[in-house]
Design a protein around this ligand. Structure first.
Ligand SMILES: Cc1cc2nc3c(=O)[nH]c(=O)nc-3n(C[C@H](O)[C@H](O)[C@H](O)COP(=O)(O)OP(=O)(O)OC[C@H]3O[C@@H](n4cnc5c(N)ncnc54)[C@H](O)[C@@H]3O)c2cc1C
Length: 575
């Protein structure tokens, strides 16, 4: 087989039949600025569909992506950029999954994710297609990152600049700034280890990570020791931070993955560095602008999107995925990336013996769920920052309720987004589009959120009135909508209403999620919050990239995929 590398680093396998990619060629002609395989490259073949004996049959490989969450959209773009023919199936009428928008009566709310960290992951996906992220999204870096309100009246900003933050902490308690900086150093080390062993590769367990290096060297052993295996996030933070309120603030990084800091492995302290190194960003147009940018790019690359179209099941022959069923009709595909929750993918789309084996691999505990209030205010509160946390009185009681008892916390932490600080047009003049998120347990049998919601709404409003300096909140509300765990479960087809896929609980292996590359059945790949490397926007975008790269490694070969990867890395370092 001859390998040819084009300007994108896409290696073309020269199969005897010499296939072409009409769709990509048409797209490239329609949009000359698109860096895409040239006609000459395409004429020698794109990733080729194969028959059961591995012989090319002459068509471009067709890959289906089930679900258009950020993970699914990232997978689709990456696959299309590498020359595959991609179709996305989304059960909802909109693309973007949880990154949905609510626009009514002059207010605009992001319905799901609002805190965007690590924009470099998004940049890498655009670079796969030879595009500049800046041409698709305008983003603003936020400072402070969060404003924190505590029950005793303390208001503390998490500042963008680490030295400034350390100075603030010193004024709160002499010496604490130095402890904070040492914590950040540890966080950076843990992030470096994560980059080396977990990120940008389809690992599913500790053994996968160690296997990557082949031999178990002293260097690997040192890194394993530095991972603080057996220790928790909460315990680690308290080694550096003597003030209970500041520790509570830093504990909240684990809320990005919907898990308890007391039960999550210390390696997740890496999130601190992931946030401080690149900052928190607001895409103008809201988080919604992120899926819109990905879909725009996908369309330019020839991706087809089907909405509202629910996939009913996969078709599997002799242990290989051969396609999927939509509206009772079978469609043939060479491989499938499922962005549906990993556990539900196996239970509902795969079924049979493979699903039983998947269930036996490990316990799958859903991450937390949540209640969101979308409050249109006629008059905004000037003392808020763009992102705020209004903390519970006692985090132990709060987390015990959510994660152990499976009940909503009586005194919850509320997260607020007040987008008018950065984008005035999200509310009528003088008002605010106030987003309030409270984490709740994942859905337990018998929990009826239609009945539970009215009283819990009042618990949330009372908390804000009491702790966030908003005594007249109810009088200012002129528009209101809400999302409950039941709504989240139904809208996004997740496991027990989980917002963030699978929990990260487990001191030893809590960081691991099901690998993106499945062998049972062959031809199935996973992307999204319940797959490696886990939930949150940067992680699911990365999971989409990993799933696409795993497809590429499986069908075009490891060397070819690695060559594409190197080209993108070179481009990123050149910028
Ligand atoms: C209220 C809330 C607040 C959040 N806040 C933040 C935040 O501030 N920062 C952050 O980084 N993250 C946040 N998150 C988490 C973040 O939104 C998710 O981790 C991420 O968006 C999930 O992406 P995903 O790829 O897993 O897909 P999802 O968004 O879960 O989308 C999966 C899609 O697949 C579709 N689907 C499922 N099954 C099928 C099928 N059989 N056929 C067709 N389509 C199907 C679903 O309809 C859905 O659209 C928040 C989430 C929520 C809900």
């Amino acid at each position: 087989m001859t390998l040819i590398v084009n300007e994108l680093g896409i290696e073309k396998s020269r199969f005897p039949s010499g296939m072409t990619d009409r769709k990509a060629r048409a797209t490239a002609k329609a949009d000359p600025s698109l860096v895409h395989p040239t006609d000459e490259d395409l004429s020698v073949g794109t990733p080729s569909a194969q028959d059961d004996n591995g012989a090319g049959w002459g068509g471009t490989m067709r890959i289906a992506v089930i679900g258009s969450g950020l993970g699914g959209l990232a997978a689709a773009v990456t696959l299309a950029a590498r020359g595959y023919q991609v179709e996305v199936f989304e059960k909802n009428a909109w693309l973007g999954g949880k990154a949905a928008v609510l626009q009514e009566d002059g207010f605009r709310f992001d319905m799901g994710p609002t805190i965007l960290i690590r924009p470099s992951v998004l940049r890498r996906i655009f670079t796969e297609a030879g595009r500049r992220l800046e041409d698709y999204l305008t983003m603003v870096r936020l400072d402070p990152q969060w404003r924190c309100f505590f029950d005793d009246g303390l208001v503390l900003d998490l500042e963008d600049n680490l030295q400034a933050m350390a100075g603030t902490l010193d004024s709160l308690r002499p010496g604490m700034g130095e402890g904070f900086l040492r914590f950040q150093e540890l966080s950076e080390q843990l992030h470096t280890i994560s980059n080396k062993f977990f990120f940008w590769r389809p690992v599913g367990s500790m053994m996968d990570t160690l296997d990557l290096k082949g031999a178990f060297s002293i260097a690997v052993l040192k890194d394993v020791m530095r991972m603080r295996l057996g220790q928790t996030v909460a315990g680690t933070i308290r080694e550096f931070i003597p003030d209970a309120r500041v520790a509570q603030m830093l504990d909240h990084y684990t809320q990005y993955v919907g898990s308890s800091p007391d039960a999550s492995p210390a390696i997740l302290c890496a999130i601190g560095h992931m946030q401080s190194e690149e900052g928190i960003w607001y895409p103008m147009g809201g988080t919604r602008a992120v899926p819109e940018a990905l879909v725009k790019l996908g369309r330019e690359l020839g991706v087809e999107y089907h909405t509202p179209t629910e996939v009913e099941r996969l078709t599997i022959e002799d242990g290989k995925v051969t396609g999927l069923v939509v509206g009772g009709e079978t469609m043939r595909f060479d491989a499938v990336v499922s962005n549906e929750d990993a556990v539900r993918t196996y239970r509902e789309l795969v079924g049979g013996a493979a699903a039983k084996r998947f269930e036996k691999e490990r316990d799958y505990e859903p991450a937390c769920s949540g209640v969101v209030l979308y409050l249109g205010l006629k008059k905004r509160y000037e003392h808020l920052a763009h992102h705020c946390f209004v903390f519970s009185r006692d985090p132990e009681v709060e987390f015990h309720h959510i994660y152990d008892l499976g009940e909503p916390a009586p005194d919850p932490t509320c997260y607020l987004a007040s987008t008018t600080r950065t984008e005035a047009g999200t509310a009528p003049e003088g008002g605010d589009a106030l987003y309030v998120l409270v984490h709740t347990p994942y859905l337990r049998p018998g929990q009826d959120w239609d009945a539970m919601f009215p009283s819990y709404r009042q618990v949330i409003l009372d908390k804000l009135k009491r702790t966030a300096g908003m005594p007249d909140l109810e009088e200012r509300i002129v528009f209101e909508r809400a999302l409950t765990p039941k709504d989240i479960h139904e809208r996004y087809k997740v496991l027990n209403g989980a917002i963030y896929g699978l929990s990260s609980h487990g001191r030893w292996n809590g960081a691991f999620k099901p690998s993106n590359r499945r062998r049972d059945p062959d031809g199935l790949f996973l992307a999204g919050g319940a797959a490696h490397p886990g939930p949150g926007m940067p992680m699911v975008l990365m999971s989409g990239w990993i799933a696409a790269d795993a497809v590429d490694q499986r069908y075009r070969g490891v060397e070819a995929a690695e060559a594409s990867r190197r080209v993108v890395e070179e481009r990123l370092t050149a910028v």
